[in-house]
Each structure stands twice: as structure tokens, then as C-alpha cells.
Design a protein around this ligand. Structure first.
Ligand code: ATP
Length: 517
């Protein structure tokens, strides 16, 4: 008997809905696409901007209240994508942004060595099976080839295996063992040559993170604005990494957007601020409507920490492709004074800070003049919450995706928190005649000044509701025969599909209240 066609995975369903409805398209699709690059369509860009604006609002415009009871000071920045090439020498990227890679001799596939996991037989007999994210495929191979169960295997990271064990490892995308090379360094930075001359001396890089532009402008910001340590500088923008295996849709791409904030503080306050930002950032993810059980902290072990870091934690999300495991969403790192010290050394510029308030305090406390001098000038420490904006889009899509068998209109829909939905309100005349379109269009022209609305006069009302559910629009308003008589409309809520009748002039307040909630 022929096998039943395989059911699409949740991720496949999300990818398909996002393509079908204009959230995300493969970049250059008419030319066959370009691996690791994506375009954010008409709805995707709205969703992305909503997340970006909420981050900016909570970082720059309304930053949280600090541990001392006062609002923390954070300013914004938009630095260039291409900076002086010395930047990346000073930051350590030229030397160490080289992840060890393994190649597959057979398929020519290339994988980041620390991302490759291997099922190794517990009894040491037979082959091992490697995979990158697709654990299910590896489990299938085990059942098919080895006629054993995955429970008979230990799961380890490839790099923990001795090199002579590679001969028995079946690669992630092949059926044969022994095709993986030993790990080799590979630079993740994309380079370019500004100006007319194309030689090594002219090589520059597309930034692999937004953070370094902030460190380069530290002195400018201190000299030209009224900020005083402790303060933060926030930036949102594109970053580029020549990821070897862009995978899992927009999770790991070669061009992506980051939201990063560097918080400069006195060295002896760094741990206090690290704890503060760690907690604040988790609260922020919850404020997007992401459920607590899909989020977790993962503290870096001592041996994972960069030599200059006293502590780093990842905020992780349970993506459909990692479940039941979690994957990174944001890192909060205590970076010590590493970055400013490095840039000071490489540029020859002083990047220390004179803390007048501390000087006064020390004097009041009766510290010796030498002590006052030594302690009131320092290189600030940095706490860095660094997250992916495009990864946040993926998280909201995964979190909002619903597939409910038998649901009226459409089984698939997106249950965004109203504040982040690309379109907040659909406005429909029940029929495209009898004076209804005129009233609906007038309402649309008025309400679109306050929030994103879509006016749609065509198709059956059921189809219009279904389309709005699919794109995650939380409310729809319908103008019908009653409206013409008594100035009331029906307003329908996406998740419950419940409808109520309210006065047409109350629609704005109704939606606004839900958005604020
Ligand atoms: P990973 O271990 O997933 O490669 P990372 O630890 O290298 O991430 P950071 O350098 O700390 O990542 O970057 C901060 C954030 O930027 C990450 O938490 C992630 O949200 C986002 N990010 C990093 N690389 C990519 C990428 N290739 N595509 C999309 N987002 C990314």
C-alpha cells in the first residue's frame, strides 16, 4: 500500500501562510532565490516595524526605572553599516569571527561544527548519525538503516568526538559515513571594497553586528550630549553574516536586523546592571505576548564565556524546529571594559570617562587625593542586551500561529497581540451597494489616521473575515443595512469570532482600548 502523504510540519505551514499572505518572500525569487536572504512583504514589514518601534519606545523613549528608582538614560544612534576596517581588528572579529566548519565531501554541504549534533550508539556498535536541526530526519535514518531506536543512542555535539570517530559518522544530508571533514576556520564576515581600488588594503566589511558602531561613537556621544554614566546607547539596523548554513527560515539568515543596546556603567556597578537588564529583557519579551512557558534563560557556563565576560545569559524561545528544546533569541552579556579598551588601543584615542559625581562622593567620604584621582577616571563597563529583530518576527509568527480543525472560515490564523498585528481593523460594507460602501469608506478614511486599517468591499463576508483571521487582524467592522438606519455597526473579534453591535462613532475608542490593553 502506498504511504499516506506526509503532513506538513508546523514550520512548513507557517512558511506557506507567510508566503501566501505577503509576510515573507524568498529574496530574488524570480531568479530562483538567494540562500540566506529574505524579503519582508507588505504585512511582514508592518509586523517588523511594530516590534522595532516597541523596542525603541521601551529603550529610548520610555526606558525602564533603574534599580535606584530613577528612569535610566538611553539615547539612540544610527551608525554606518561599513566602518573603518580597523574596527573589526580591534573588536576581535577579524581574528576570531571564524567559526570552525565541517564540510561534507559528498554533498559539498558546509556546517558550523558546534551546530552539528550526533546520535552515537550507546553500545559503541555501528554508525553514528549527524544532524543540524533536523533531529527527526536523523531518527528516521536510525530506524531505517540501523533498525534500532533513537533511545539506543547518546546525543553529543560533533566537536566533542575524537577526529578518528568521524569515519563512522553519517553526515546530516547523506546516507554514507565518513564524508565529514575535520573542523576548519571560516570567516563569517562579508567583505566589500569601497572606492575604485579593489585590493587587500581597501578591504572593508559589512558589519556583523550593530554594537561596534556604538563603541566607536562613545566619545562623540559623551562630548556632545548631556548623558552621564550610567547610560545606554541603542541601535536597530541591518547586520550581515556569511552564515554557512542559513537554516530554519528567517531564524539564521545572512542579512538580518538586530536591536542592540550598550549600557555603559561604572565597573563596580556592572553586576548590578547585568542583573537588572537580564530581568528587564525577559519582561520585554513577555510584553510582546510571548508565553512564559516558551521562554527561558540559559546562563553560559564558565567555559563558554568570553575571557572578558563575567556573565552572559541567553534568552531562548521554544521554536517549532527546536522543540522540545529551545534556541537563542537574545543574549545579555557583561562585556567588562573590553570593547572600549580595545578601540582605545587600536585608535590611540582616550576612551575613558571622568565621573564628576563619583569624584565629589569620594571627596565627601574623605578618600585620599590619590584615591579620588584614580577612581574617578575609568573605562566604563558594558552590559549588552543584543537581540535579533528578524528573529523576533519569527517568534511572533510561531507564537501566533493557530491551526484549529473545523474552525469556521479558516482553520489557520494568526493570533497576534492586537498591538503587534500588521492590520488592526478590517472595514467592510456587507454588500458593495445600497449606500454601504460610502459609509464604510468614510469610516476607513477617518480611522486610518489612528491605526492601520484595511478597507475591503469585495467577496462574501465570510471570505473577508477568513482572510483577516489568516493575517492576524484582531477586529473587523461591518457596515450593514442597520447601520444606515441607526448608525451602529457589528464589530467582530478574531479569536472568539464573537460579534457585537456598537455605535459607529465608538469604533475608534473600542479598538484603541484593546490596543492599549
Ligand atoms: P547564534 O549562536 O544563533 O549564531 P550569536 O550568539 O552569534 O547567535 P549574537 O552575536 O549574540 O548571536 O547576536 C545577537 C542576536 O542577533 C542573536 O541573539 C540573534 O537573535 C540575532 N542573530 C545573530 N545571528 C543571526 C542570523 N544569522 N540571522 C538572524 N538573526 C541573527
Amino acid at each position: 500500500m502506498a504511504d499516506a502523504p506526509a503532513q506538513p510540519s508546523v514550520m512548513e505551514q507557517i512558511v506557506s501562510l507567510c508566503k501566501r499572505r505577503g509576510f515573507v518572500y524568498p529574496a530574488s525569487e524570480i531568479y530562483g532565490g538567494l540562500n540566506g536572504f529574505w524579503d519582508y512583504g507588505p504585512l511582514g514589514v508592518l509586523l517588523k516595524n511594530n516590534i522595532r518601534d516597541w523596542w525603541w519606545r521601551n529603550m529610548v523613549e520610555c526606558p525602564p526605572i533603574g534599580p535606584d528608582g530613577h528612569p535610566v538614560d538611553i539615547v539612540g544612534l544610527d551608525s554606518a553599516i561599513i566602518q573603518h576596517p580597523k574596527t573589526w581588528k580591534a573588536s576581535g572579529h577579524v581574528e576570531s569571527f571564524n567559526d570552525p566548519m565541517v564540510d561534507c565531501r559528498e554533498t559539498k554541504g558546509r556546517y558550523r561544527a558546534d551546530h552539528v549534533k550526533v546520535f552515537v550508539p550507546k553500545d559503541g556498535k555501528g554508525f553514528s548519525y549527524a544532524f543540524v536541526d533536523d533531529r527527526e530526519a536523523a531518527e528516521k535514518k536510525i530506524k531505517r538503516d540501523a533498525k534500532r531506536n533513537p533511545v539506543d543512542y547518546d546525543e553529543v555535539i560533533l566537536t566533542t568526538l575524537p577526529l578518528d570517530a568521524y569515519a563512522k559518522v553519517v553526515g546530516p544530508d547523506t546516507k554514507s559515513a565518513g564524508t565529514l571533514t575535520e573542523p576548519r576556520a571560516f570567516s563569517l564576515m562579508l567583505d566589500t571594497y569601497p572606492g575604485p581600488i579593489r585590493d587587500e588594503n581597501n578591504k572593508a566589511y559589512l558589519r556583523p553586528e550593530t554594537a561596534q558602531g556604538i563603541f566607536l561613537d562613545f566619545k562623540n556621544i559623551v562630548d556632545t550630549t548631556r548623558v552621564k554614566v550610567p547610560f545606554g546607547v541603542a541601535q536597530v539596523g541591518k547586520s550581515f553574516r556569511n552564515e554557512v548554513t542559513p537554516r530554519n527560515y528567517i531564524f539564521r539568515s545572512r542579512e538580518f536586523e538586530q536591536m542592540e543596546m550598550e549600557f555603559f556603567c561604572p565597573p563596580d556597578e556592572a553586576l548590578k546592571w547585568y542583573e537588572f537588564w537580564r530581568a528587564e529583557r525577559m519582561k520585554w519579551w513577555e510584553s510582546l505576548g510571548v508565553s512564559k512557558e516558551n521562554l527561558r534563560f540559559r546562563d553560559h557556563d564558565k567555559d563558554e564565556l568570553a575571557f572578558y565576560s563575567k556573565a552572559t545569559v541567553d534568552i531562548e524561545y521554544r521554536y517549532p524546529f527546536t522543540a522540545p528544546d529551545f534556541g537563542e533569541l537574545e543574549g545579555v552579556a557583561h562585556r567588562g571594559d573590553y570593547d572600549l579598551t580595545q578601540h582605545s588601543k587600536h585608535s590611540g584615542q582616550k576612551l575613558d570617562y571622568f565621573d564628576q559625581e563619583l569624584q565629589l562622593k569620594l571627596k565627601e567620604q574623605g578618600a585620599s587625593p590619590e584615591d579620588v584621582k584614580a577612581k574617578s577616571r575609568y573605562i566604563p563597563n558594558v552590559i549588552e542586551p543584543a537581540s535579533g529583530l528578524t528573529r523576533a518576527v519569527l517568534v511572533l509568527l510561531c507564537e501566533a500561529y493557530r491551526n484549529e480543525k473545523g474552525r469556521q472560515g479558516t482553520e489557520e490564523y494568526l493570533s497576534f497581540k492586537p498591538q503587534f498585528a500588521p492590520i488592526k481593523l478590517g472595514i467592510f460594507p456587507l454588500v458593495n451597494k445600497d449606500g454601504m460602501p460610502e459609509v464604510a469608506e468614510k469610516l476607513y478614511l477617518d480611522l486610518r489616521k489612528t491605526f492601520t486599517c484595511e478597507y475591503d468591499p469585495k467577496q462574501s463576508i465570510g471570505k473577508r473575515y477568513a482572510r483577516m483571521d489568516e493575517i492576524g487582524t484582531p477586529f473587523c467592522v461591518t457596515i450593514d443595512g442597520e447601520t444606515l438606519k441607526d448608525q451602529t455597526v457589528t464589530i467582530r473579534e478574531r479569536d472568539s469570532m464573537k460579534q457585537e453591535r456598537i455605535a459607529i462613532d465608538k469604533v475608534r475608542a473600542f479598538v484603541q482600548e484593546k490596543l492599549n490593553g
